[in-house]
Ligand binder design. Structure first.
Ligand SMILES: NC(=O)c1ccc[n+]([C@@H]2O[C@H](COP(=O)([O-])OP(=O)(O)OC[C@H]3O[C@@H](n4cnc5c(N)ncnc54)[C@H](O)[C@@H]3O)[C@@H](O)[C@H]2O)c1
Length: 322
């Protein structure tokens, strides 16, 4: 199979996707309409690939960078691409317009994917002659360090396109999950939304400080979740499986489910209380430094998860000595 990819938009997400494909040996063309963004994307990718090399995520940073060409015209990016990833702003008319152009310009065999966080493909691909090869491939920021990608087609996306998309994502080192029905927020952001809404309520009502809430996830739930999901977690909390778990804890969880955080936690007095508890947001310099720190921590965590000592593989537990 030809391994040429086109990145449409070179902001935070587009430049990260470009590195994912280039690391895996693909030729990548990245297009952004803003000249300053084209320069910024190139500089960021050069620095990031060098850092990824230091953590073993890429063998040869210079060669990976050389596989990425930053181009000035959409048609040059798309010309011979078999995977096209759209990463433009989260605005419906922008997605609609660019998908018309992409469907017209792309090779017949190309898959056209959108990084959209919350717009289902059915809202911007319905009228396209090639709508069967369009889907959402929703990454997590930054996709070159966080591998999961949600694949969600519109009702008219061909099943073989979803299957091929899974194969491509696996081949470039990502972790694809298939979403079988278009839902607001797909799956990842629905889970994140449930947790954040409750966090907004608990901090807004003064039940816990924002710092202790972050600790609860960082050194509690999140520590387990970094290598096993919530279902794998509860399977170990009740010996008889999910039926047993529901029998033991179902009444408590039903009580919580009957009293969810209301939409108002996101506005007005409650949002103001959370903002006050959090204090002033970091300035641009500190935010930048914190982003670089986050990326180094993610690199270290990925290296750990890839190491032999990692228990993430479900077969590994069986081979551990007693
Ligand atoms: N940032 C995140 O956390 C995140 C996570 C997952 C998915 N997404 C999704 O990815 C997409 C891109 O988000 P981002 O954070 O990279 O945004 P961004 O603002 O960083 O980048 C968008 C880029 O598109 C360029 N652009 C705008 N209009 C264009 C056009 N017509 N042609 C070519 N280039 C154009 C801009 O110059 C900019 O560089 C959005 O749909 C967003 O919802 C973002």
């Amino acid at each position: 199979m030809k391994t040429n990819a086109a990145m449409i938009g070179g902001g935070l997400i587009g430049r990260a996707w470009a590195m994912v494909f280039a690391r895996a040996g693909w030729q990548v063309r990245l297009f952004d309409s803003a000249p300053a963004q084209r320069i910024a994307a190139h500089d960021y990718m050069a620095a990031s690939l060098a850092e990824q090399r230091a953590y073993g995520l890429v063998d040869d940073a210079a060669r990976a960078l050389a596989r990425i060409a930053v181009v000035e015209r959409l048609e040059d990016a798309v010309a011979d691409a078999t995977w096209i990833q759209e990463n433009l702003p989260e605005v419906l008319v922008v997605k609609r317009e660019v998908f018309v152009a992409l469907d017209r310009l792309a090779l017949p065999s190309a898959i056209i994917a959108s990084s959209t966080s919350a717009l289902p493909a059915s809202r911007f691909t319905e009228a396209l002659p090639g709508r069967a090869r369009c889907l959402v491939a929703h990454p997590v920021n930054p996709p070159h360090l966080v591998p999961v990608v949600e694949l969600c087609g519109a009702p008219w996306t061909a099943p073989e396109i979803i299957a091929r998309a899974r194969d491509v994502m696996t081949a470039v080192g990502q972790t694809p999950v298939t979403i079988h029905d278009e839902r607001d927020g797909f799956v990842l952001n629905r889970l994140q939304g449930a947790l954040l809404s409750e966090a907004m309520r608990l901090v807004g009502e003064g039940v816990v400080s924002p710092e202790d809430l972050d600790r609860t996830v960082r050194d509690g739930l999140g520590l387990r979740w970094s290598f096993m999901g919530p279902f794998a977690t509860i399977a170990l909390n009740a010996p008889g499986g999910v039926d047993d778990y529901c029998a033991r804890y179902g009444e408590f969880f039903r009580r919580l489910a009957a009293d969810p955080a209301p939409p108002s936690v996101w506005e007005g007095a409650n949002a103001a209380k959370v903002a006050a508890a959090l204090g002033d947001p970091p300035d641009a310099t500190e935010r930048d430094a914190r982003m670089r720190w986050r990326d180094r921590r993610l690199l270290a965590l990925r290296r750990h998860k890839a190491s032999e000592a990692d228990w993430a593989s479900e077969a590994d537990w069986a081979s551990e000595p007693d």
